[in-house]
Write a new protein. Structure first.
Length: 256
């Protein structure tokens, strides 16, 4: 019993030293799995679309999205050593809300939620895949490692599922809608950072992270930091829409 308790505390806890390093096998393996799953969905899209179990697939995906998000908070509550201070874990993150929207998107096949998920994932959550700072102290022998990758990859699976199986796609109007929603979230994050004070860093607007991140290139000055982040995100919105723009132009040329 003591051994089991020690194992659970270890598995659901975190280390005191860095256990996960960027650009290692533990970093690339989940991304490779993600790409493989997306390609598999794309290859079998017709079969999935015509399957009588298609609705079940979406509900299973929604359940996994809920589990991946909620298990993060269950872990904090269950392991007091992690210091589950509610102020440090407010739901003011692009990744978190993208997962929330994605679960309702797959259940209701909602285009407006697809619009937000698509652009938020490719302009915000993508940073979490490139430099996963949230799991620096939890390597592959910890629950948090698997919870993190499940949460941060399922959104992409859900979006590509809706693209391949239900033929959803973004538009210029949807990009504007998603951008406005992101600005609203940024304002909420700024207010939260100001009210909480030193230590609060929602949306990474206040300061660089304590562990290595792609956002380390941003200057500490708040105004410059905000301007560069806004320009980078705007550019990523354009890049995310670019494939569809190219396909639309090709379709027009073919139609002529």
């Amino acid at each position: 019993m003591t051994d089991m308790k020690a194992f659970l505390q270890y598995f659901f806890g975190q280390g005191t030293e860095i256990e996960f390093t960027n650009f290692s096998f533990a970093h690339f393996a989940p991304i490779i799995v993600l790409i493989a799953v997306i390609l598999l969905i794309g290859k079998n899209k017709e079969r999935i679309r015509q399957s009588r179990y298609e609705k079940n697939y979406r509900y299973i995906m929604a359940f996994l999205l809920i589990f991946s998000e909620m298990s993060y908070y269950w872990r904090l509550v269950g392991i007091p050593e992690l210091g589950p201070n509610p102020v440090d874990h407010l739901p003011i993150t692009v990744c978190g809300w993208a997962v929330v929207f994605a679960r309702y998107m797959v259940i209701g096949k909602t285009q407006s939620l697809f619009d937000i998920c698509y652009f938020w994932l490719f302009s915000g959550s993508i940073f979490a895949l490139l430099t996963p700072t949230g799991i620096s102290y939890t390597g592959p022998t910890r629950f948090r490692y698997y919870q993190f990758w499940l949460e941060h990859t399922l959104g992409y699976v859900a979006v590509f599922y809706m693209i391949f199986v239900h033929k959803m796609r973004p538009t210029v109007k949807s990009a504007v809608r998603a951008y406005i929603a992101l600005v609203v979230l940024a304002v909420i994050a700024y207010v939260a950072n100001q009210l909480i004070g030193p230590g609060a860093n929602y949306l990474f607007m206040a300061k660089p992270e304590d562990t290595p991140s792609i956002l380390d290139i941003l200057p500490p000055n708040f105004v410059l930091r905000l301007c560069i982040m806004a320009l980078a995100i705007t550019a990523l919105f354009v890049v995310a829409y670019l494939p569809w723009l190219v396909m639309d132009k090709k379709a027009k040329k073919t139609a002529v």
